[in-house]
Design a protein around this ligand. Structure first.
Ligand code: XMP
Length: 507
């Protein structure tokens, strides 16, 4: 899909390669990551980027690529770090190996602020992470930028081939995005990425793959699975959307999920199995054990209700795919649970019966696709919710009494966030239980009750997060309501921990 006019990023193994793809997408073009083994089968790209990588060009098994094939694409090529060193050798120059690693900021001194360096300041901060450097510059090549010591850090071999030693994709390279944009402007073949065109192509390809077969998918009320189900319906597929209500949901969540799907005209089947999950979790207080029990039971319940699926659709996103592709050197999607039922999924996958239509998209693009499909914004802007549900917000054992308290407090907190206009400003917010009894006073009596913790964070990708400075009045009103209305709680705390070192969830 979208193979013509896209930006092909060839992966030489740098930890930043995914970010290059991300940045190109931010610039409005479709980018895809390819393993070097797949070269030159990269469709018809409008531009090619060779990523950095941990190898040295002098290593015996240094990754290589067919230079004649690369030239035959006749499109602009940018070599980043290792990519630049490799290109310099291909053009007849040389590279000097070094055991010393340069890691961190450097100054980029630009010869002329034109071409790759159009609108770039003459001295700009860039981020370095390399050991080797280019040594002999081949005839015909030009040094278009150096670092503060005069070492060449950017080359132009001809009108199509460029190289940069630094990493434009990391934010520490202050003008990196503009440099990438300038490079892409050299392409006459690139077309902007439009979600509407992408939606049409997706729908067409789903139509062709699925035909009249039945496709099963799981829905949770979350953004990815919702977009998936609506997309399948839009492609005219015979969809069975199954919602496993494991009883670890927030207050009235099951009702809300059903209501939302009704609004969107997508029928769903609910499997109510709260008792099974609570029984399976009885007495278990180890966080990892809880996760495994929930994950495995979930798969069991799901497949029991599926029966014989002709096809299965999963809401895998691009970060999962490229993460597993670069880690395992395999294109198989990442499956996070270990379970015999997983064999069934792998078997279906081998038969080409697993559909992952969102697998080329990042999270924000999935939201855009959702908008293009007409999914209401309030559904698309829902906070992420963990698969194991409230169990990871309930340290220690999980009981119905504890879940009920969390649900009540959470509903009050989320309600207050919405009332004060803060819900859409935070990435995720919730109430979690601290099952420790402390002394309080209620009426004339001393109370001995649990504490509740409120957490609200901002984040871009959930890898890092910061706590939110919510207005004191919002916190005061929330705490007042909880302390008055929720039986069993006599203390409300606000979590002011960043991630790292804390995680977003409590378990
Ligand atoms: P942490 O707690 O690791 O969470 O900082 C990062 C993001 O992932 C969500 N999360 C999960 N999602 N299964 C999921 O599907 C899980 O076991 C799980 N644990 C955490 C969390 O809500 C946050 O958005």
């Amino acid at each position: 899909m979208h193979d013509s006019n896209h930006v092909a990023v060839l992966d030489f193994g740098s930890q930043y390669t995914q970010l290059i793809v991300r940045r190109v997408r931010e610039l409005g073009y479709f980018a895809k990551l390819y393993a070097i083994e797949d070269f030159p089968n990269i469709g018809k790209p409008g531009a090619i980027i060779l990523s950095g990588g941990p190898s040295s060009t002098s290593d015996a098994d240094a990754p290589d690529l067919d230079f004649e094939a690369l030239k035959s694409f006749n499109v602009p090529v940018l070599g980043v770090c290792y990519g630049m060193q490799l290109l310099n050798i291909k053009f007849g120059g040389s590279v000097e190996s070094s055991d010393r690693r340069e890691y961190g900021p450097a100054s980029l001194l630009v010869a002329e602020c034109v071409g790759l360096y159009q609108d770039i300041s003459p001295s700009s901060q860039v981020w370095m992470s390399h050991s080797d450097t280019v040594k002999i510059i081949p005839e015909g090549a030009t040094v278009i930028a150096t670092n503060q010591h005069g070492t060449p850090v950017s080359l132009k071999w001809n009108d199509l081939f460029f190289g940069i030693q630094y990493h434009p994709e990391v934010t520490h390279s202050h003008e990196g995005l503009q440099i990438l944009k300038n490079f892409l402007d050299h392409s006459t073949d690139l077309l902007p990425f439009r979600i509407d065109d992408f939606k049409r192509e997706l729908i067409e390809s789903i139509r062709q793959t699925v035909g009249t077969k039945q496709v099963v998918c799981g829905v949770s009320g979350g953004v990815d699975s919702t977009v998936l189900a609506v997309l399948l319906r839009a492609a005219g597929a015979n969809v069975r959307a199954i919602f496993v209500d494991h009883g670890l949901m927030r207050k009235d969540e099951g009702i809300e999920v059903r209501k939302n799907f009704k609004r969107m005209g997508v029928p769903i089947e609910t499997v109510e199995c709260a008792d099974r999950f609570l029984t399976a979790l009885e007495g278990v207080d180890d966080p990892e054990k809880k996760r495994v029990i929930i994950g495995n039971l979930f798969i069991d319940v799901f497949w029991d209700s599926v029966g014989d699926a002709e096809m299965l659709a999963q809401g895998t996103l691009y970060p999962d795919v490229i993460e597993s592709a670069s880690n395992a050197k395999s294109k198989a999607s990442k499956i996070k649970t270990h379970h015999n039922r997983v064999d069934r999924i792998l078997e279906l996958q081998a038969q080409g019966k697993v559909l992952e239509p969102l697998a080329e998209l990042f999270k924000d693009e999935v939201r855009e696709l959702g908008t293009a499909l007409g999914i209401p914004e309030d559904i698309l802007q829902r906070h992420p919710f963990p698969g194991p549900g409230l169990a990871v917000r309930c340290p220690g054992i999980v009981t119905e009494e504890r879940l009920k308290i969390i649900r009540e407090c959470d509903a009050i907190f989320i309600g207050k966030l919405k009332e004060h206009g803060w819900y859409d400003k935070v990435w995720q917010a919730y109430a979690g239980l601290i099952p420790v009894k402390t002394v309080g006073v209620k009426g004339d009596e001393r109370s001995y009750e649990w504490a509740i913790t409120l957490r609200a964070v901002v984040s871009e990708d959930a890898m890092t997060a910061d706590w939110v400075e919510l207005p004191p009045i919002l916190l005061r009103e929330t705490s007042h309501r909880i302390l008055n209305d929720v039986k069993g709680i006599n203390r409300v705390l606000y979590d002011i921990s960043t991630k790292p070192p804390a995680s977003i969830e409590w378990e």
